[in-house]
Design a protein around this ligand. Structure first.
Ligand code: FES
Ligand code: FES
Length: 170
């Protein structure tokens, strides 16, 4: 048997994504980001470097940020995953955007938007843990993300704007 004709090992996983349960057969070697994009058509999660450096693929797994390119989909079996598509649904304003998304829009915190979904998910984790972070805390979180377009000043400003409106913010 040559390599091309070999059957890929596949497992059945159950995963909750953005509050909805999915049961899917997935190849052992498929990473979580590709699973979300290709199998569930949740293309808001972006894939850049594919080796854990850029942060574009960041999602929340059981509430904790994770690189979707470094985690296998089968490792998410039984887990709850949140992607950027969940953010508008949390507490959407008149524009249909969630508060963090609206702050990014208000502060012009994105240009091409490639890095934005991952940044939004890491900041979502931060704001849940600390509804009123200072600038240093925001910058520490952003140190795990590469943006090739904007520089980071407007992203920091957007995060602090969202923080000032977060429940429990001082
Ligand atoms: S694509 Fe995952 S960290 Fe860059
Ligand atoms: S907005 Fe383009 S890479 Fe960040």
């Amino acid at each position: 048997m040559d390599a091309m004709s070999r059957e890929e090992p596949v497992r059945t996983i159950t995963v909750i994504v953005n509050g909805k349960a999915y049961v899917r057969d997935v190849a052992d070697r498929k990473n979580l980001a590709d699973f979300l994009r290709q199998d569930l058509q949740l293309t808001g999660t972006h894939v850049g470097c594919e080796h854990g450096v850029c942060g574009a693929c960041t999602v929340l797994v059981d509430g904790v940020s994770a690189r979707g390119c470094l985690m296998l989909a089968v490792q998410a079996d039984g887990c709850s995953v949140e992607t950027v598509e969940s953010l508008a649904g949390e507490t959407p304003g008149p524009s249909g955007l969630g508060p963090l998304q609206q702050a990014f829009r208000d502060r012009h915190a994105l240009q091409c938007g490639f890095c934005t979904p991952g940044i939004l998910m890491s900041l979502t984790e931060l704001l849940r843990d600390d509804p009123s972070p200072d600038e240093e805390a925001v910058r520490i979180v952003l140190s795990g993300h590469l943006c090739r377009c904007t520089g980071y000043q407007n992203i920091v400003a957007a995060a602090l704007q969202a923080a000032s409106k977060a429940p429990g913010a001082r």
